[in-house]
Design a protein around this ligand. Structure first.
Ligand code: SAM
Length: 286
């Protein structure tokens, strides 16, 4: 919050509303008349957050949408764009959402349960080479090809069937690999990298001069993407012939190194352990 610095009367856009935890703090700090725009693709989370934030109804604008299509929502320019990527706790904690290998349930994994292929359908529609690429890229698994072959043979319909296919492929080492296999399938099913690329392309245009963009990511591929796009935005355009700056950079970085949770924070909230937070600010040119 101190890096994003929300203050009275500002307009905030949170594209990953989730259960509304960050939203509540934004609303508190931008009172009494700041406007809050919240987006989430998950209907259940949106309902939960709507109830939680009902106290602020007069300045609350919530949308059920995928931030991959942010440009279609018709949003105003804002002072702060915030994203806290990936899954929320209920995704893991409610077995019926099919994200967890710890309880048996249909293999779903969609943030938006009203559209798109479930994880089981996605696997069934995949060539084994696509599955291998997914496990290798999003799961960073060296044995991606072997695991992919077993998954493709098993055509799992449930979380336990996917878990068992991985166990068959790599034996006792499966337990260490399951989180990464499930993460990789989840990222593919929800086209998470495509969505982030689109968010990074559209959000700079939504920010007022002096405004900020802050993104928390939980995967090295996501953090690399955020880092590279932010670095580009913070670089002055250069005349290729003379090497001179053509104009000042449009943005400045407020986090030269990404912000990570303290050991105490990780102890209190282990799900934050891989979080990386980066913030940039749009320069005001006079
Ligand atoms: C880590 S949680 C956010 C938690 C939130 N900051 C809070 O304080 O409760 C991420 C949320 O983003 C949503 N989400 C993930 N990808 C999305 C996308 N492409 N478009 C919209 N919402 C998305 C998920 O449904 C989930 O509710």
């Amino acid at each position: 919050m101190s890096l994003l610095s929300p203050s009275g009367g500002q307009t905030v856009l949170d594209v990953t509303l989730g259960l509304g935890g960050h939203a509540e703090e934004f609303l508190r700090r931008t009172g009494p008349d700041g406007q809050f725009y919240g987006v989430d693709t998950d209907e259940e989370n949106l309902h939960f957050a709507t109830d939680r934030l009902s106290l602020y109804a007069g300045r609350l604008h919530l949308f059920r949408a995928n931030f991959q299509h942010l440009a279609d929502i018709g949003l105003p320019t804002v002072d702060i764009v915030f994203a806290d990527l990936g899954v929320s706790s209920p995704h893991f904690d409610l077995p019926e959402r099919g994200f967890s290998f710890r309880s048996d349930a249909p293999l779903d994994m969609r943030f938006d349960r009203s559209s798109g292929a479930t994880a089981a359908e996605w696997i069934a529609s995949c060539h084994v080479s696509t599955l291998t690429r997914t496990l290798s890229k999003y799961g960073e698994l060296r044995e991606a090809a072997r695991i992919a072959r077993h998954i493709a043979d098993a055509l799992p319909q449930t979380t336990f069937a996917l878990r068992d296919a991985v166990r068959k492929a790599v034996g006792f080492r499966a337990d260490a690999m399951l989180p990464r296999v499930f993460q990789a399938v989840r990222m593919a099913v929800n086209t998470e990298i495509d969505a982030l690329e689109s968010l990074l392309a559209v959000s700079p245009g939504l920010v007022k001069p002096g405004g900020r963009i802050g993104i928390i990511s939980y995967h090295s591929l996501e953090d690399r993407l955020v880092k590279n796009v932010f670095r580009k935005l913070c670089t002055a355009p250069v005349d290729e012939r003379t090497g001179q700056d053509l104009a000042p950079a449009e943005w400045s970085s407020l986090t030269k190194k990404c912000v990570v949770p303290t050991p105490q924070e990780i102890e209190e909230n282990p799900r934050a352990r891989s979080a990386k937070f980066r913030v940039i600010q749009k320069n005001v040119h006079i």
